[in-house]
Design a protein around this ligand. Structure first.
Ligand code: NAD
Length: 371
């Protein structure tokens, strides 16, 4: 099959959907790979590196004139015009962007959005949310350490002792766990909160302390179980108790990293303006929920701002700041997904009996099929 990889043109997007490693594997399987000129440059991959493993380098039209187009982000309107009706697009197309999906359907594109894959063992190797959230969690700590004007580890020097930084992590999914692990490696003291009680053990195994908030009613206990591994909105009674506990920790924290998300909804508010005011000057908040509005109302998505003496980092595409590794992992996710829709004979086959294929299918035959 002819597989095309256009350059990403969304603002701030530095990742690329194929690397020489995955391109080489696809070529070995008999496919032809066309990559747009310069597509990998922001992710430290030169055109020459693609050519060296046998890929063709082409213009945007050439990359879109393929049987399967691999993307990082959903094509913009200007890009959709280049795509061939009936071709397949695979990427992080945003299953909650109804308008974007309608545009793909209207262009007669068969599209798969990998964010919609189930969180199962079989889907793990193509779990783009995990591969990218892991990177974001790491980078959040690195960004915080750059903004914070003090050390992370406790240091005992001839000139006196320096205290370890106190880091609070709110939301302990994939990004939160990596943030805890990274902050721990830098020597910080960590506390963390999540609505899902199953997370406690994971926090403790990484050397952090779990902020306990009791579940007092059946409604609270039931909501805390979530759905499909994801969080559900918690009852106001529990959130009020969580707020009291979180406020105490935030007031003492040097760094707060927030990652709390509920699929398809605005991010829950976890750090109020009052809490920000209670923080010491020079403290840092990294709000990884910024793309969904942020876990703090003072976060300005896409910006770094200082309010009440606290630096709020609201980057909306943190994984793209680690473009080379983010692309390497993402490209492997895509390669593993392609194995589900391309037969050994090299033919396209959309098997709706396969739960991963069915969950990821967004548009087909001019219709939005997303369940
Ligand atoms: P996410 O990005 O959707 O959300 C981040 C975290 O925010 C979650 O842990 C969520 O519980 C938490 N959260 C939501 N509201 C909150 C609130 N009010 N206060 C505090 N925390 C709040 O999560 P994710 O990283 O995508 O992980 C979602 C789930 O999927 C987790 O259970 C994870 O273990 C699971 N998972 C499973 C697999 C697999 O089995 N293949 C792979 C990756 C993740």
């Amino acid at each position: 099959m002819l597989i095309g990889v256009p350059a990403e043109i969304n603002d701030g997007e530095t990742r690329v959907a194929i690397t020489p490693e995955t391109a080489k594997k696809l070529i070995a399987l008999g496919h032809t790979i066309r990559v747009q000129v310069g597509a990998g440059v922001a992710a430290s991959v030169t055109d020459a590196a693609y050519v060296a493993i046998g890929a063709e380098v082409t213009d945007a039209a050439g990359a879109y004139a393929a049987d399967i187009v691999l993307k990082v982000r959903c094509p913009l309107e200007s890009e959709i015009g280049l795509a061939r009706a009936g071709s397949v697009i695979v990427g992080m197309l945003n299953p909650f962007d109804a308008d974007g999906l309608k545009r793909l359907a209207a262009a007669q594109l068969t599209s798969f959005s990998l964010e919609a894959a189930p969180r199962t063992s079989r889907a793990q190797s193509m779990d783009v949310l995990s591969s990218q959230a892991n990177i974001a969690g790491y980078k959040a700590v690195i960004m915080a350490s750059e903004s914070y004007k003090r050390f992370f580890p406790m240091l005992m020097t001839a000139a006196g002792t320096v205290k370890a930084a106190r880091v609070v992590v709110l939301g302990v999914g994939v990004a939160g766990l990596q943030a805890i692990a990274t902050a721990k490696r830098l020597g910080a003291v960590i506390e963390a909160s999540d609505v899902r009680p199953s997370v406690k053990e994971q926090v403790e195994s990484l050397g952090g302390k779990f902020i306990e908030v009791a579940y007092e009613t059946d409604e609270e206990r039931e909501a805390a179980v979530g759905v499909g591994g994801y969080a559900k909105p918690m009852p106001a009674s529990w959130l009020a108790r969580q707020k009291i506990e979180v406020a105490k920790r935030v007031a003492q924290a040097d760094v707060v990293i927030t990652t709390a998300l509920i699929p398809g909804r605005p991010a829950p508010e976890l750090v109020s303006e009052e809490m920000v005011k209670s923080m010491k000057p020079g403290s840092v908040i990294v709000d990884l929920a910024a793309p969904q509005g942020g876990n703090c109302p003072l976060t300005e998505p896409g910006k770094v701002v200082v309010k009440h003496g606290v630096t709020l980092i609201g980057h909306t595409n943190v994984a793209a700041l680690v473009a080379a590794d983010a692309s390497a992992l993402y490209a492997r996710n895509l390669f593993d997904f392609l194995k589900l829709i391309i037969t050994k004979e090299g033919e396209l086959k959309i098997d709706m009996e396969d739960d991963i294929v069915a969950a990821c299918l967004m548009t087909q035959a001019g219709k939005v099929t997303r369940a």
